[in-house]
Design a protein around this ligand. Structure first.
Ligand code: FE2
Length: 377
C-alpha cells in the first residue's frame, strides 16, 4: 500500500517575498552545553566548529557550535540564573529555541514578515568582527520558539562574530553521514494548528503541501492532526501537529505537558546512506524507537521493490514508505533528554517528498508503548 497523501496545490505565482536559502542552524538551550556538545559529537558525529563565552567577551552564557556537512547545531547554556536562557530551560528543559534560516537579506526578511503581522524578536542587527559582518534579525513563532534570519554573505569567519574557531584537540569523531535539515516539526496546542498554518502562509509566504487528519494518524488509543508547511523553493519545511481526541492521551499532549507549552517536536536530518548512518549512531549509543519485526513480513508488498537489502533494514529497525514520486527510509530516535520532548528523525529520500504516512500507525504504536512505560498514556 503506497501512501496516499492529500496534496493541495496552491499555485501562488506571485514573487516569493521571503526567499530562504535553507536552514542556517538549530539552536538548543541546554542545561550543560559542554556535555551536550560532547554528546552530539560522539553520538551523532558532529564536528567542533566555534565557541563563545566569557573568553570571547560573552558574560552570561556559553555556546558551542558543532557541524556536519550543511547541518549546524548551536548549544547554549546560561552561566547564571535569572536570564532568558535560564528561564527557558527551567520551564521547558533542554529544547529548540531558534530555528535559524539563511537569507540574502535579513533586513528585508524582517520587514516583510513583521509588516504581515509577525511579532519581532530581534530587529535587524549587524554583528562585526575581523572576518566581516553578519546581519541577524528574528521573529517569534509557536510557543517560545523563534525564527532567526541570518545573512552571512559578507562574513568569512567560522560561525559568527562573538565566536572563536573551536578545534577540539582531544577528540575528533568521524562524521556519520548526516547532511542537512530535511524538516522541523512543531507541536502546538488543541485547535491551534490552523492558526499556525495561517501564520506560515500569511506571514512567511509558505504553502500547505500535505495534510493528515486523525483518521490518518490514529491508533487504537491516541491521535493527532498534522499539516506540512513548505516555503516557495521547498528548502524549508515545517509540519505542524496538534493533538486529536482519542481513547487515551495523544503523544502531542504528552509533549505539551512536559515541555510546558508549544515547541519543536523533532528535527529530521537527511542522509544518503541510512544503513551506514544508523549503524554508526546505534554503535555510539543513540537510542531508537523499535517497531515489531512483523512490520517487515509484508513490507515489500506494501512499498514494492527497493534498492536496499531487507536484512539490514530489519536488523536496524529502519522504516520504509512510498508515495507517487518514489520512496523514503526513516527512523526516529527516542527523546534525547529525560523529558519526553525533543527527538530526531534520520531520513533518506529516494524520490519521495512525503513524510512516511504509511509508517504512522506502526510508529505511533511504538511511541505509545514508550508512553505507557512512562505512565503517560
Ligand atoms: Fe518527520
Amino acid at each position: 500500500m503506497s501512501t496516499n497523501v492529500e496534496t493541495r496545490t496552491n499555485p501562488a505565482k506571485q514573487a516569493d517575498f521571503l526567499p530562504l536559502l535553507g536552514t542556517d542552524y538549530v539552536e538548543l538551550y541546554v542545561g550543560n552545553a559542554k556535555q551536550a556538545a560532547h554528546y552530539y559529537m560522539s553520538a551523532f558525529g558532529f564536528q567542533s566548529l566555534a565557541y563563545a563565552g566569557p573568553e570571547t567577551g560573552i558574560k552570561d552564557k556559553v555556546s558551542y557550535a558543532v557541524n556536519q556537512h550543511k547541518l549546524t547545531l548551536l548549544l547554549t547554556t546560561p552561566l547564571r540564573a535569572n536570564n532568558p536562557v535560564a528561564d527557558h530551560i527551567y520551564k521547558h528543559g533542554d529544547g529548540v529555541k531558534n530555528l535559524a534560516l539563511r537569507v540574502d537579506d535579513a533586513t528585508k526578511a524582517w520587514e516583510e514578515t513583521t509588516k504581515r503581522g509577525a511579532r519581532s524578536f530581534l530587529s535587524p542587527t549587524i554583528l562585526k568582527d575581523n572576518d566581516g559582518e553578519l546581519v541577524m534579525s528574528g521573529i517569534h513563532t509557536y510557543g517560545e520558539t523563534v525564527h532567526l534570519f541570518i545573512e552571512r554573505n559578507n562574513y568569512s569567519g567560522a560561525f559568527m562574530p562573538g565566536f572563536r574557531k573551536w578545534e577540539n584537540e582531544y577528540f575528533k569523531p568521524a562524521d556519520t553521514g548526516l547532511l542537512y535539515v530535511d524538516h522541523c516539526v512543531g507541536n502546538v496546542g488543541w485547535n491551534q494548528m490552523n492558526k499556525w498554518v495561517e501564520f506560515y502562509e500569511q506571514v512567511m509566504g509558505f504553502r500547505n503541501i500535505l495534510s493528515f487528519d486523525d483518521s490518518d494518524i490514529s491508533t487504537e488509543y491516541s491521535a493527532l492532526m498534522s499539516k506540512v508547511m513548505s516555503n516557495g523553493n521547498g528548502y524549508v519545511k515545517f509540519p505542524i501537529n496538534e493533538p486529536a481526541e482519542g481513547k487515551k492521551k495523544s503523544q502531542v499532549e504528552e509533549y505539551l505537558e512536559f515541555y510546558d507549552g508549544e515547541g519543536c517536536q523533532h528535527v529530521a536530518m537527511a542522509t544518503n546512506d541510512i544503513v551506514h548512518t544508523v549503524t554508526e549512531l546505534r554503535n555510539r549509543g543513540v537510542e531508537f524507537l523499535r517497531v515489531p519485526t512483523t512490520y517487515y513480513d509484508d513490507l515489500l508488498d506494501r512499498v514494492g521493490q527497493i534498492d536496499e537489502d531487507l536484512g539490514p533494514l530489519k536488523e536496524l529497525g529502519i522504516l520504509v514508505d512510498r508515495d507517487d514520486e518514489g520512496y523514503l527510509l526513516q527512523l526516529f530516535t527516542k527523546p534525547v533528554e529525560d523529558r519526553p520532548t525533543l527527538f530526531f528523525e534520520i531520513i533518506q529520500r529516494k524520490g519521495a517528498k512525503s513524510f512516511g504516512k504509511g509508517n504512522f500507525k506502526a510508529l505511533f504504536e511504538a511511541i505509545e508503548r514508550e508512553q505507557e512505560q512512562r505512565g503517560n498514556l
